[in-house]
Write a new protein. Structure first.
Length: 265
């Protein structure tokens, strides 16, 4: 594929997903120009977005917490807005504050960077409702990829090989235990929501299954507000390989080759 030369590449797919074309076509293209973008992030992530925006002649708005008042991303931006105290729950994760700042300063778009609100489907919806472009996947894509059981179902339907497992609706202990026996130990228990390794446990045999299930459910509920689990065959000595895909609203797509993320673990 030849390089894309539109103002921003709008979709990053870090997990298994529908085809890039299907994701890009899932909502109507927005063809208005981006003249000012609010970067809803901090630190080096925000700085990278701002450097690119500057090269493209796009004005930038920084948001910052009290702790980041003197940070480089604030100094780099054309305008900046304080959005609250240091805890991210009171600043960078407050979508209402960020969207209000974007509207007040006339930003055409919000770039979430990664982390924080980048995978928040409700925030993407709120941006669309407010007429502010969310530079990222459509909310439907965020929801589909944010729920492991849903993303596995999409991959299976598309004929993509997936690890042997159970990702059904019935979440009773009895059903999950029976599925683990069918799959064969050792098995991996995974929270269907969230990520970062939270809500994940390995059950090496049937004797420890119940204790590991309870532990995984408890952690998942505290971290994500949802205790649903999927059960997979545990792969020993795996390789973690990712492919990043970027698409825009005009049907263009480019992938950035594969990278071995196993070294991160």
């Amino acid at each position: 594929m030849k390089p894309i030369r539109h103002k921003f590449l709008l979709i990053t797919v870090r997990h298994g997903s529908r085809s890039a074309a299907a994701v890009a076509a899932s909502r109507e293209p927005e063809r208005r120009a981006i003249r000012k973008v609010l970067v809803a992030n901090r630190g080096e992530i925000a700085c990278r977005v701002m450097r690119t925006a500057r090269r493209m002649g796009v004005q930038t708005v920084a948001v910052f917490s009290d702790a980041d008042r003197d940070s480089l991303h604030v100094k780099m931006a054309d305008e900046s807005v304080n959005i609250g105290p240091a805890p991210s729950s009171e600043s960078y994760l407050c979508g209402d504050k960020i969207l209000a700042a974007a509207q007040r300063l006339g930003a055409d778009a919000v770039h979430p960077g990664y982390g924080f609100l980048s995978e928040n489907a409700r925030f993407a919806d709120r941006c669309a409702e407010s007429g502010v472009l969310f530079i990222g996947p459509p909310s439907a894509g965020i929801r589909d990829m944010g729920i492991k059981s849903t993303s596995k179902a999409i991959m299976s339907a598309a004929g993509v090989p997936v690890i042997e497992g159970y990702h059904g609706v019935d979440q009773s202990d009895e059903t999950l235990r029976a599925e683990a026996a069918r799959i064969g130990y050792p098995v991996m228990l995974k929270a269907v929501m969230g990520g970062g390794g939270k809500g994940m446990r390995i059950a090496m045999d049937a004797a420890e299954f119940t204790a590991q299930l309870q532990s995984a459910r408890s952690e998942a509920l505290k971290a994500f507000g949802n205790s649903d689990m999927l059960v997979e065959k545990f792969v020993q000595r795996p390789r973690h390989v990712e492919v990043q895909v970027f698409c825009d609203h005009h049907g263009n797509a480019v992938y950035l080759f594969e990278r071995d993320c196993s070294v991160q673990r």
